[in-house]
Design a protein around this ligand. Structure first.
Ligand code: CTP
Ligand code: CA
Length: 234
């Protein structure tokens, strides 16, 4: 195997990865979106395929091409992503939620394009409602320890805690097995070719991946997942 002792360590495994930013329609031509490029999630899917997994990649809005050798399920909204990921997760060994899923969506969607009226006092006010929490739903639905569930979190430090403190709290709150924690700012994390993350394990482990290509980060995620998998079926 040479340098690739881990080359096929996902052979025989079925994994589901979500990537990109969801878009929540306001009317037929407008949406609420976010700045996710999908690069990190797509890299995670590509790395899994390279390591021998059968991969389903659920893509919201992504700005990079999907890798070859993965099954792609394109979606737009958080609700569609929830549906696609949940159905693909049945029987999967691992689910990685790298998508930037909208927390809120417009409570109603206009059938026709929203127009300005003469009177600015009648300008619309957007009312938002919550979307389903896909990751929490996966955790709640699983029986036992399969699939291994990996979340991503982009955090900024603030008055109530550091990036790491927010990440630990989120891992506990979400109940997933691993949380890939990303410090974000105007120029960090989104749309860039590199990433710096800390991979938090529910068992208290902490793996730091200093600034590296998103491919290197992707392999680090799988390096953390593989020891958590049950022995392969024979
Ligand atoms: N996630 C999800 N469904 C949502 C929102 C988030 O599955 N409706 C997933 C993301 O894909 C990610 C993880 O939850 O893997 C953490 O997302 P994040 O936005 O950091 O967490 P939230 O619980 O939405 O908390 P916050 O209020 O900090 O945004
Ligand atoms: Ca969120």
């Amino acid at each position: 195997l040479g340098s690739g002792a881990r080359s096929y360590d996902l052979a025989g495994r079925r994994v589901v990865v979500s990537a990109g930013g969801t878009r929540e329609p306001l009317d037929p031509v407008r949406f609420l979106g976010n700045r996710s490029s999908g690069r990190q999630g797509v890299a995670v899917a590509a790395a899994a395929a390279a390591r021998g997994a059968v991969v389903t990649l659920v893509t919201a809005h992504v700005e990079v091409p999907a890798p070859a050798a993965v099954e792609v399920v394109p979606v737009q909204t958080a609700a569609q992503l929830a549906e696609a990921v949940t159905s693909a997760a049945a029987g999967a060994d691992v689910v990685v939620m790298a998508a930037a899923v909208a927390d809120f969506r417009p409570a109603s969607r206009a059938e026709a394009k929203i127009k300005k009226s003469e009177d600015p006092a009648r300008d619309p006010v957007v009312v938002l409602e919550r979307t389903p929490d896909v990751l929490a739903g996966l955790v709640a639905a699983r029986s036992g320890t399969s699939p291994v569930i990996v979340g991503f979190a982009a955090e900024t430090g603030d008055a109530s805690g550091s990036v790491l403190e927010h990440g630990r709290a989120k891992l506990a709150r979400k109940g997933c097995d691993l949380l890939v924690l990303n410090e974000v700012g105007e120029t960090k994390g989104f749309g860039t070719a590199t990433n710096a993350v800390t991979i938090l394990g529910r068992d208290g482990t902490e793996r730091e991946v200093p600034e590296a290509s998103k491919d290197v980060v992707a392999d680090a995620v799988w390096d953390a997942v593989v020891p958590m998998l049950p022995p392969p079926a024979v």
